[in-house]
Design a protein around this ligand. Structure first.
Ligand code: ADP
Ligand code: MG
Length: 620
């Protein structure tokens, strides 16, 4: 709740709306005990007194009634009717929507066609028709406004419900033997409450306006009872001679509707879970950089990462996802970056091209140099021209990175034409050639397929083709084979290896599987808790791991025909990167850890083989 309020008030306008609305509501609640004239007391001797007259702060109307008093009582009534109408419309509409969405089939068809019929009439016309049938009166106006708004809620909520009615957790509840009522109440409704609240908070303003509109036309509150709409209606004939009688209720309507809408927007933003983790803003085009100065380059290399630090600043917590990581990649080389899930591999990879989402991501130190040029804090246009052209990415799940509605050929063509102004026909030819290069059989025909028509392995081949589209120098592959089965994985690895040799590509290959590293990579860097703990040429590291963590990781890989051997899992969990322990981050899980391992900074030592450990394993 306090988080909700904090998020809400971070939005200044919503805070302003809340304060204004709060004052109005409190005044409306206090109206009966305020020292006001009776609202309906007429005094024709004092007609149309100007504001600030004696005894009448806001003046009087055409019957000499005190405007301040009528304004307060009218506000009270208008607010009550508006909120009541919103509540009725919201609850009834949501109930209809949930039923239609959850049960589907005929229930859905019948109710939704009924709702569609209501929606076919213009708002105000329908409300007028309802009041005409029921007869004028405030209660009938309330009913009319509520009924007119039910379709809006029902449609909205039905859509949301359809979206979750077939999700796995609902199926699980059904399989557990729960009845419909129980599922609706405990599984469906909690998921739609935020949507109902949001819809209500953004429509209350409208409903207050609509009620005022009906009263203005004389169909809502009946004389002498005041509400804001009827006050406006009565003042209309004196608009020129005594404008204050119109302005007073008009300004109040403006204030109410404006503050309700501002507050409603704020509530919507604060309730949206996607907006919660970051600030209430969209991610920036490149990662935020807060770095005092670039680390000096420690050597040559096509791509050099020097002491890179990437953090996530979430509220008061700081997650050190990448903590002084240094890597280098030479032309044509394949470097493996390996570590358990959560060790910071993906964040390292995304930092290279400034692709970490900000907020909450911040690059706080280090340097990333591509052919000597520092990319940290580089202007967006430079990064954009390099993304895909010099450095391309391949991700784990091609189904989520390919656009589901475009043919794969068109997506390849788009990737090519982002960086090169070639004709469509020329790009198409190159796209087909790319598909052939990644060994997709019958490429000409396959280019016309949609992503969902391909198998996982095929899709990953398309992902590789996309990455190759602009003949990059470097490919960063983030667990490209993790979602594939072993035989397809072997094919993809062979393909990447071929492409690397034939085109002189450098590859940064991210994985959690030492078996994969052994097949593809020249060198390997082992990452744990956001830091590099060991680097070296793959055969040497595989034959004689120096860091206990590396040794345990290698022990996790099964060997075919390797005889009977216990596959050792590593006990415990990787550390949370916002509360890293002092000393070696692996110490709590390491069976060789000594007291010295738990204090101070443990440095990466060595040259070609580096290791961050006080008691490294000895070669056997
Ligand atoms: P992996 O090695 O599995 O690719 P990641 O690089 O994705 O790991 O994540 C590294 C660490 O960064 C994780 O511990 C994760 O908790 C943290 N992290 C990633 N994204 C965010 C985020 N948006 N907010 C806070 N922490 C994050
Ligand atoms: Mg990852």
């Amino acid at each position: 709740m306090s988080l909700f309020l904090r998020l809400l008030f971070r939005n200044k306008l919503a805070g302003f709306g809340a304060v204004v609305l709060g004052i109005i509501v409190v005044l409306a609640l206090l109206t009966p005990i305020l020292p006001l004239h009776p609202p309906n007391e007429t005094n024709t001797a004092n007609r149309f007194l100007r504001p600030l007259s004696e005894g009448h702060l806001l003046g009087t109307d055409h019957l000499g009634r005190d405007l301040l008093s009528r304004l307060m009582w009218g506000t009270r009534l208008s607010l009550a009717v508006g909120f009541a109408a919103a509540l009725v419309a919201g609850l009834l509409g949501a109930a209809i929507g949930v039923m239609a969405g959850y049960f589907g089939g005929r229930t859905d068809n019948v109710t939704m066609r009924g709702i569609d019929m209501l929606m076919a009439f213009p708002y105000i016309l329908l409300a007028l028709a309802i009041v005409a049938v029921l007869g004028p009166g405030l209660l009938n106006a309330l009913i009319a406004v509520a009924v007119v708004n039910i379709p809006f809620f029902a449609r909205n909520i039905r859509g949301v419900t359809v979206g979750i009615a077939h999700r796995e957790f609902i199926d699980a509840a059904k399989l557990a033997g729960m009845g419909h009522t129980r599922i609706l109440l405990t599984e469906v409704v909690p998921n739609i409450v935020p949507v109902v609240v949001i819809a209500m908070s953004t429509t209350i303003g409208w409903m207050i306006l609509e009620t005022a509109g009906l009263s203005f036309l004389g169909l809502g509150s009946q004389p002498p009872q005041a509400d804001l709409g009827s006050m406006l209606g009565e003042a209309r004939s004196a608009l020129i001679t005594a404008p204050h009688t119109s302005i007073v209720p008009g300004v109040m309507i403006l204030l109410i509707v404006m503050s309700v809408n501002l507050l409603g927007d704020g509530i919507r933003d604060a309730l949206d879970p996607r907006l919660r983790s970051g600030a209430l803003s969209r991610p920036m085009a490149t990662t935020r950089v807060e770095r005092t100065e670039a680390t000096a380059p420690k050597g040559e290399g096509l791509l050099r990462i020097d002491d890179l630090e990437t953090q996530f600043h979430v509220g008061p917590r700081i997650y050190k996802a990448v903590n002084k990581v240094s890597l280098d990649l030479k032309p044509g080389e394949c470097l493996g970056l390996i570590g358990e899930s959560g060790s910071g591999k993906s964040v390292t990879a995304l930092s290279v091209m400034g692709l970490v989402a900000s907020p909450p991501g911040v690059i706080t130190g280090g340097a990333v140099r591509l052919e000597g040029q520092d990319l940290i804090g580089a202007p967006y246009e430079l990064l954009r021209s390099l993304r895909g052209r010099k450095v391309a990415y391949i991700f784990q799940d091609p189904l989520s990175t390919l656009h589901p509605l475009y043919r794969i050929g068109d997506q390849l063509i788009e990737a090519i034409r982002v960086h090169e102004p070639v004709s469509h026909a020329e790009a198409h030819k190159r796209a087909v050639k790319l598909l052939e290069d990644v060994r997709i059989p019958n490429a000409q025909a396959r280019a016309r397929a949609y992503p969902h028509e391909l198998s996982g392995g095929m899709r990953q081949r398309v992902g590789i083709a996309m990455a190759m589209a602009n003949d990059p120098d470097i490919i960063i592959a983030d667990e490209p084979t993790t979602a594939l089965d072993v035989t397809v994985q072997a094919q993809i690895l062979a393909l990447l290896d071929d492409l690397r040799r034939s085109r002189g590509l450098a590859i940064l290959f991210i994985t959690h599987d030492f078996g994969v590293v052994g097949q593809l990579c020249d060198r390997v860097a082992v990452m744990y808790g956001g830091r590099i703990v060991e680097t070296g040429p793959t055969p040497e590291v595989l034959a004689a791991p120096a860091h206990p963590y590396t040794k345990r990781l290698i022990a996790c890989v099964p060997e075919l025909g390797g005889g009977r051997r216990v596959l050792a899992a590593i006990p415990g969990l990787p550390p949370a990167v916002d509360k890293l322990p002092e000393g070696c981050a692996f110490a709590p899980r390491c069976d060789k850890a000594q007291a010295a391992c738990r204090q101070g900074e443990i440095r990466l030592t060595g040259t070609a083989r580096e290791v961050r450990c006080l008691y490294p394993e000895r070669a056997t």
